[in-house]
Every structure is written in C-alpha cells, then in structure tokens.
Design a protein around this ligand. Sequence first.
Ligand SMILES: C[S@@+](CC[C@H](N)C(=O)[O-])C[C@H]1O[C@@H](n2cnc3c(N)ncnc32)[C@H](O)[C@@H]1O
Length: 373
Amino acid sequence: MNSYCIQDFLDELKLKPFESLHQFWRELDNKYPPQKVKELERAYAKLEENDEASFYEAIFADFDLALTFSRLRIDLYKATTDWLCAVLGETMPKHILDAGCGNGILTCYLAKVFPKARVTGIDISEAGIEQARKLAEQLSLTNITFEVGDIKDYSFVKADTNDDTIKFDLILTVAALEVTSPFLIKQLHRLNRHLDDNGIMLNFEKISNPQIQKFFVQALDESNLQPDLEKSGWLKYENADGDEINLPAFASYKKADKKPVSSEILQSFLLTESNLLSELDLSFKQEALCELLFNQLNPKELIRAYKADFHDGSGTYNFEQWQSGPFALLYEHTDQGYRNLRIKPLYLACDFSSIFDQWLEQTANYADLEQIK
Ligand SMILES: C[S@@+](CC[C@H](N)C(=O)[O-])C[C@H]1O[C@@H](n2cnc3c(N)ncnc32)[C@H](O)[C@@H]1O
C-alpha cells in the first residue's frame, strides 16, 4: 500500500464534508432549479422508506450531483478505509472487487492506493456505473473496470473464454448487500465463489440491530465464509444527520479447515459495542468481591492454569484462564488471600493469553512453576 491516503484522494477531487444536511440542501438549492431539488427531496424521502433504488437513480443521474451526495458520506469513507488499511497491513492485493460500488468513490481510491492491482467495480445501477467510469477517467486511472451487474448472479468471465473463474484476493462491499433479505445468502455465495483461496472479504454493511447482525453472521456461515474477529471491528462514523453510528465490519475468509468460530465468541463480539458486554477489572482491595463473582460465574471451563511456588518461601500463587459463555476470565489467587479477577468478552481472550505468557516469563525467575492445565 502506498502512502496516498483517503484525505489526499478527497483533496484531489476537491470533496469537502458538509457541516450539516441543511448545508447540503442549501448547496443543491443554489446549484439546481427548484423543481429538480423537489424531485431530489422526494427521492431522499424514499430512502427512509427503504426504496434505495429510486433514490440512487435520482442521485446518479448526474456526475456532479453524485459527487455532491458522496460528500455526505466522507466520514463513512474515512472509517472504512482506515479499517481496510489496518486489516491489509503490508498485503498488496492484485485483484480487487468493489461490489455495489455506486459512483465508484471507494473503487477509484483502491485503484489509486494499489496501482499495480486490477480493480473492478460492479453495480446494479447503470447510471451509477456511468458516473463511476467518468470518475476513473477524470483521475486518469488505467487499472480499473466498471461493469453493470447484480451481485447475486454476476459472472466474472475472463475475456475470450467462457470460464467463470476470475478470482479476487480482496472483495469489498460497503452498504451494498441486501442484509435483511433472503437474497443475502445468494449474494455472499456468489461473492465467495469469486474469492481467491487466500483472499479476504470485507463487508461494512448496515447491520444495525442484533437480529440483523445474527442473520448476517449466519449468512456468512451458510455461504462458507468464516469471519476473522481479530480483523473485524466496530467502525464509528458520523452520518448525514450528524448522528454517531457504530456498526460491525466483518473481515472473512473462505472456510477451509480453519477451526470454526464458536457461537460464544461471535456473541461476545456482537454484544461488546452495544455495551451489553463490557470489560471488568477487579483487583486490589476487592478480594471478597472477586471471589464471590468468580464463584457465581457458572458453568465455566478451565482453559489454562499454573501454580507458582516462590523460592523465598512466601507462599503459592495461582494464575488461571477460564471461559464462561461469552466471557473470558483471568483469575489470580494466592494462599495468602490475594484475589484478582479480570473479565473480557471472549473474542478478546487473546489479550489474556499474552498477559498469561508475560506472567509466566517473569515468575519463572523467582518461583517454581507447575502446570495445572
Ligand atoms: C449505499 S450505496 C453504496 C455505494 C458504495 N459502495 C459506497 O459506499 O460509496 C449502495 C449501492 O449498492 C448498489 N446495489 C444495490 N443492490 C445491488 C445489487 N443487487 N447488485 C449490485 N449493486 C447493488 C446500489 O445501486 C448502490 O449504488
């Protein structure tokens, strides 16, 4: 990945965020005749009624209007691309698909950031694809192709063959999948079919309540995709109304022989940001509460445990990692009455594993260690 960031891209296109939705409508009032603005207002109202197709047809009708609308989504683009950069690290994808690319803002950004990659954008809206092609032309991009197509049955056929085997090592969808419809599985299935064996799929979709989130995770599973929760995350951005939105974004791989993600781990990931499941650290002077709470958390399973017998004869120390439903526990107790309990959502249990390793390394200097489990 080169050092070109989303802000450089927005500056190049002279795209500045609006301060408010009001400012957006005022700008439209200044640019377009009243009848056109009325039409757009009606289309915008349809968005609230979940009639996205009519809205996008109206917005994508003209290049400048589509870009003006994109300025309402700048914070979302930033959140998405920050996450994408964190997930990819030094990885350089060679074939990238942006499915449901709209007017191609993120697609063109990817083509800029990965100049050696072949980037494809598809969208069901012909008007959207027309504006996306104009954007790529304006940016003089030569490594990008846009095609009209429906995600759920689109075939990426290699030129000059009937071979439906184009594989992408990065597939991105942003607010493009039919997350509340049974078509979701078809869409994810189709995308998975075009995902390279070592490829990664990134979905940042409007899955805004626990029911839809559960449905989405099930659909990933049924489409033979497996989320990697360390790479997945909760993204925050400000929407056009100035509300702070917080949504899960999933990074997934083709299900191979990887160990399946347990339902408790998924539950812990999905519940964390809704603040239903937070972290707890009970330590010094809260011994009684630590012990009480630890004993109340049932059923629980011991994952890893060591006992340290101090060389100076000052007693024994137990360090234990447990799992209870969607919680990971780190419990320390000594024969002198010291107790310490830390609780985290299960998908963050890897943090406890590294704390455990550090403790082992340090304690080995002044105690005999016995592995209990
Ligand atoms: C909210 S826009 C997002 C566009 C783009 N991903 C972005 O973030 O700027 C949703 C896009 O998905 C497209 N779309 C909806 N259903 C689709 C489908 N079944 N196949 C392809 N594109 C679809 C719409 O036409 C629209 O352009």
